[in-house]
Design a protein. Sequence first.
Length: 100
Amino acid sequence: MAKTVLATIFMLADTLPRSGRIEIEINASTGWLATVSAIGSGAIIEDAGIASLLGTASYFSLTTNTVIGAMVREPAAQFALVLEIHAETDLVTVTLRPAG
């Protein structure tokens, strides 16, 4: 799970402009939940980045974001993790939680 969270951090770092920050929150009170957020003016995740994370497209252009997104998705699936993505203006959040 730690490698998946680390890969998620690298992926979200690619969504940030030069000014911004990455926040990580681990919540162990109800089992566990890991949330990684990219926060800053201009933070955005492209549709291809979302597709690579969720595995919803059979084809996407290879960019830093899509390659790392695929590298997040594979171990997440191996560890039965569910990825949830929330994107709005200047904020991208990926939450990893156990399936079920």
